[in-house]
Design a protein around this ligand. Structure first.
Ligand SMILES: *[C@@H]1O[C@H](CO)[C@@H](O)[C@H](O)[C@H]1NC(C)=O
Length: 257
């Protein structure tokens, strides 16, 4: 009996020192079977703690981490009927027109939200500058689209339930510009990625959609900002969840088109 108590104590000692040597950092959280380790400069997740506890995934680059964590939804989106038929050229024109009208409503509404937010004194300054720059960019694109389709004034378009849901999430995110930025990113990254990955030939009626969206560079605007400000585990988790919700909303938009 004395022996078994001794065994337990020495096992504990071994475990403690192993932990100390392997991870000279602080475990700050357990979440759905994953452990997170943080030090001042790095954010890590340990997958399936403790089973694969030596497999440390660095999340230094939160910008990439967000995309990779929801990449399954991007892949699913590429497969939806609307995009597959766009790629093959069999998509009925009416469906494309409806999609475009919903998109025009989206850019109108998101531009309005960005405009409203950019009137506030957003802190820190770089986040405020980001919101202002996104506002100007969205406004320029919206004006271009309205002109392209000969709208003299802003059209009043009835949103689909999917679009209504998507826009209501944006509305909620307005309370915190950092997460509004996170919420904008799925659209920016997904459209670029879809356009690059659709094998639409140049003589296809929907080639313009590919051509106009494939050269986006969302990293120019988002990467440094998000990597700088999403600097705690709590923020990474919240951003990760927000990003995924908006990726799902993008998916649902394409899926319902
Ligand atoms: C990020 O989201 C993915 C997909 O939902 C999840 O598997 C992962 O645990 C999340 N990571 C964090 C740090 O919240």
């Amino acid at each position: 009996m004395g022996d078994s108590v001794y065994d337990i104590v020495s096992m504990r000692g071994l475990l403690m020192s192993t932990l100390w040597i392997e991870w000279p950092m602080v475990v700050v959280g357990l979440w759905y079977g994953q452990a997170y380790v943080m030090d001042n400069e790095h954010r890590y997740t340990l997958s399936s703690f403790p089973k694969n506890s030596l497999e440390i995934i660095p999340v230094d680059d939160v910008y990439e981490y967000l995309w990779e964590s929801s990449f399954d939804i991007a892949s699913e989106t590429l497969k939806v009927d609307f995009l597959q038929q766009m790629q093959s050229g069999s998509l009925q024109a009416e469906r494309y027109i409806s999609f475009t009208m919903q998109d025009i409503n989206y850019i109108l509404k998101v531009t309005k939200m960005l405009e409203e937010m950019s009137k506030d004194q957003i802190q820190p300054d770089d986040l405020g500058d980001f919101i202002k720059a996104r506002y100007l960019s969205y406004k320029e694109y919206t004006d271009f689209m309205l002109k392209r389709f000969s709208f003299k004034s802003e059209p009043n378009i009835e949103p689909t339930p999917e679009m209504l849901n998507y826009l209501s999430v944006y509305n909620e995110l307005m309370k915190d510009p950092l997460y509004f930025a996170v919420g904008l990113l799925p659209c920016a990254r997904l459209w670029t990625w879809l356009a690059k990955n659709l094998e639409t030939p140049s003589n296809n009626a929907y080639y313009t959609w590919k051509k106009e969206n494939m050269d986006g560079h969302p990293e120019k605007h988002y990467k440094d900002l998000l990597n700088k400000h999403l600097d705690t585990l709590e923020k990474v988790e919240k951003a990760n969840a927000t990003f995924r919700i908006q990726m799902q909303n993008e998916h649902d938009f394409f899926c319902s088109s």
